[in-house]
Design a protein around this ligand. Structure first.
Ligand code: HDE
Length: 750
């Protein structure tokens, strides 16, 4: 019987109307009797949008209506309201006792607006505070079925993902291009539960045991007294730590290599770092390491570019990611695994798979491709998505399990713990970006910011009140089952296995796998960083570490510091170089690269539209650079000489030789008393100079050849001239497949 009928008898027809509204005969509606359903909890879908939550209508400056906008930008709905939905007439004036009078405490809108604003910031991540995210899709090749039962890796499966890239040390507002490790965290919204692969762009970590994590981060973060330097490892406490905890030397050399200053998030590898245990449908296990391989190859900035970008465009990596996605140059990676037999020793080729400071060279265990990740959508709201996303290494689907790596074990505790402070309570998995795409039917209840309206009375089991729900999944229901690994009988100790003691041989392996120019960059990075330290003892201690890695490296850095090079204190390991570690020697697609084109509105040329079309057709982004804004031959100018800097471009094309403009800074050869003979705007000469120094391809035709002549760079490697734009562009495009004109860098080591 409907409760509405009983109400009718007592208070009549009017009450019936009210009761009908309150208790419609719809299961789950407010006031209806909860049916006995299989899932006693209400699903955690977002509340449906309110009917009036459309986008605001657009109005012309005169107030004339131009029709409703269909955009999702801005607040939804036509009228401004309070948080409680009351429409507002005015949001620009607080309520006062007369126009000149004091503001009244009763102004609810004022207090609500300012109070909400006062609480807009949440604590930034204690590490990886600076980041950028994107949505995408993971398509599985189905090659993993023999090694894991994870459903999202079955053939042809498509899974939604959200990826967040980050730096480690800097605060939320720090520059993107600093020398640092990059985070590469992927949330796979699989239909068997969320899988978070929370990795880095470096395959090893600083420390072997999570208990040291607060220590390495305290050492890397700004000094506690003056809070400098921001987002830098070039300071005493960092080098103090890594020279005392020599297990950090391997990761540190990756940081000092070009891997520490990526050209783009799109051009980084990613690594799960730890060894995971995979289990297939038959219960068989293997050990595995996850790798992300970028379609565009692994490429880096030069150190000078990275430094300049810190001032010129601190958002360089963010911008690059968003621009590429919005231009349709969707970044892609292939997910792969190195697979090892799950033996009791948990080693492969003598390498301890539980030691997160060691790699297994790809030449010993190749990376087997599992599927392709494509990032195809930028976030709608940075805070809601990129800032509130919460990753956890323990978010694993059936088929992927952890190992005893002591670094991984500590992480399993840390990630949920940090979210409780950062996202203010235990219900962060209900925030839209964190909601699983698999049905959730837990018995977790209440807590700050609870979004679900849980029906039922028995969030415990077994129960006899909510129809016995929920039930544990049986053997055939694809539950997550912890692999029943045997735990060796052993004394309780605070100790590492002896195999963790080798801190230098793999650093030497990395060093010896580098090409001469990469070695040169490593030498310069160590020299720069250590020269920024004040304490002599720290420099000397780090030089001792370098001596134990390679005497040539040590001698070069010692010379730069003006210190004697110490002798090694450990035998130098015989290592076989791993060519896969070098970034050079291959050809890569140039999708999404930026082409700067210098033109002159007065001197043309007119074929700019054609050139621009060819750059787009090659999957790259042309940026027209002219003395001032406007258009050239009908093409809009994107950069003026005041806003263009070379670090934004991957290659430079010179189509004209613009004369010095009145607002130009003095020419570079304008020494006191010397005549300035340059007829080209000095800012164009600076563009050429920097592109040349950063080993970028430069092309010129027509008037552009004059620029090259005045720059003194004509005829050097990677500087191309020709009769037509198409000839020059083809040659420059070819050079770009190697990323840089490597022979332009001076090299002092073999
Ligand atoms: Fe993290 N790490 N980490 N880390 N980590 C965090 O979690 C931690 C480690 C990594 O974009 C924090 O939500 C400990 C290795 C990434 O949101 C925190 C240890 C690797 C991100 C935390 C490690 C990572 C984090 C801070 C030592 C590569 C950013 C905010 C055992 C495999 C994820 C947060 C994002 C973030 C703890 C070591 C990667 C504090 C205790 C190794 C990419 O929980």
């Amino acid at each position: 019987s409907k409760p509405a009928k009983a109400v009718k008898d007592v208070v009549g027809a009017a009450a019936e109307k009210v009761a009908e509204v309150l208790t419609p005969d719809v299961p789950g509606a407010p006031g209806s009797v909860p049916p006995t359903v299989e899932e006693p909890t209400a699903p955690r879908d977002p509340l449906p949008p309110k009917a009036e939550q459309g986008a605001p209508e657009t109005r012309t400056p005169t107030g004339a209506e131009t029709g409703a906008q269909t955009t999702t930008n801005g607040q939804q709905g036509r009228f401004l309201t309070t948080a409680q939905g009351a429409r507002l007439r005015d949001t620009d004036h607080s309520l006062k006792a007369g126009p000149r009078g004091p503001v009244l405490l009763q102004d609810h809108h004022l207090r609500e607006k300012i109070t909400h604003f006062d609480h807009e910031r949440i604590p930034e991540r204690v590490v990886h505070a600076r980041g950028a995210g994107a949505h995408g899709v993971f398509e599985s090749y189905g090659t993993a079925e023999e090694i894991t039962k994870a459903g999202f890796l079955a053939k042809g499966r498509k899974t939604d993902v959200f990826v967040r890239f980050s730096t480690v040390l800097g605060s939320r507002g720090s520059a993107d291009t600093v020398r640092d490790t990059r985070g590469f965290a992927t949330k796979f919204y699989t239909d068997e539960g969320t899988f978070d692969l929370v990795g880095n762009n470096i395959p090893v970590f600083f420390i072997q045991d999570a208990i040291k994590f607060p220590d390495i981060i305290h050492a890397g973060k700004p000094h506690p007294d003056r809070e400098i330097p921001q987002a830098q490892s070039a300071h005493d406490t960092f080098w103090d730590f890594v020279s005392l905890h020599t297990e950090a030397q391997h990761h540190t050399m990756w940081n000092m290599s070009d891997r520490g200053i990526p050209r783009s998030y799109r051009m980084m590898e990613g690594f799960g770092v730890h060894t995971f245990r995979l289990v297939n449908a038959g219960g068989e296990t293997v050990l595995a390491k996850f790798h992300w391989k970028p379609k565009l190859g692994v490429h880096s900035l030069t150190w000078e570019e990275a430094q300049l970008l810190g001032g010129i465009d601190p958002d360089f990596h963010r911008r690059d990611l968003y621009d590429a996605i919005e231009a349709g140059a969707y970044p892609e990676w292939e997910l792969g695994v190195q697979v090892f037999p799950d033996t009791p020793e948990e080693t492969f080729a003598g390498i301890d798979l539980l030691d997160p400071t060691k790699i297994v060279p790809e030449e010993l265990a190749s990376v087997q491709p599992l599927g392709r990740l494509t990032l195809n959508r930028t976030p709608t709201n940075f805070f809601a998505e990129t800032e509130q996303v919460a990753f956890h290494v323990g978010h694993l689907p059936p088929g992927i399990d952890v190992t005893n790596d002591p670094l991984l074990q500590g992480r399993l505790f840390s990630y949920v713990d940090t979210q409780i402070t950062r996202l203010a309570g235990p219900n962060f998995s209900q925030i839209p970006i964190n909601r699983p795409h698999a049905p959730v039917n837990d018995m977790l209840r209440d807590g700050f910011h609870q979004q679900a309206v849980h029906a039922g009375v028995a969030p415990y089991r077994p129960n006899s009140l909510d129809g016995g729900n929920p039930f544990p999944a049986g053997d055939k229901d694809n539950a997550f089952v912890d692999v029943p690994v045997t735990v060796a009988e052993a004394p309780k100790v605070r100790q590492n296995p002896a195999s963790f003691d080798d801190h230098f041989s793999q650093v030497r392996l990395f060093w010896q796998s580098m090409s001469p120019v990469e070695k040169e960059h490593i030498i310069r990075a160590y020299t720069f960083e250590l020269a920024k330290c004040y304490h002599q003892a720290i420099k000397e201690r780090q030089l001792q570490c370098l001596a134990n890695i390679d005497p040539v490296l040590c001698a070069q850095v010692a010379t730069g510091l003006g210190l004697p090079a110490p002798e090694p204190t450990v035998p130098l390991a015989e290592v076989a170089p791993s060519p896969a570690l070098s970034q050079l020697g291959k050809e890569w697609p140039s999708d999404g690269r930026t082409v700067g084109i210098v033109v002159d509105p007065d001197a043309g040329p007119d074929n700019i539209a054609q050139l621009r079309g060819a750059v787009f057709a090659a999957g790259m982004v042309p940026l027209l650079i002219a003395p001032h804004g406007g258009t050239v031959a009908g093409v809009p100018v994107q950069r003026t000489f005041a806003t263009a800097r070379s670090v934004e471009f991957d290659v430079l094309l010179l189509a004209a030789a613009p004369a010095p403009a009145a607002d130009a800074i003095p020419a570079r050869d304008a020494k006191a008393g010397a005549a300035n003979t340059a007829t080209v705007d000095p800012r164009v000469l600076l563009l050429v100079d920097e592109c040349w120094r950063h080993a970028k391809a430069i092309g010129a035709w027509g008037g552009g050849v004059t620029v090259l002549e005045q720059s003194g760079r004509a005829g050097s490697p990677g500087v191309v001239t020709g009769d037509s734009w198409s000839e020059v562009f083809t040659a420059v495009e070819r050079l770009l497949t190697n990323h840089r004109v490597w022979e332009r860098f001076a090299v002092s080591v073999a």
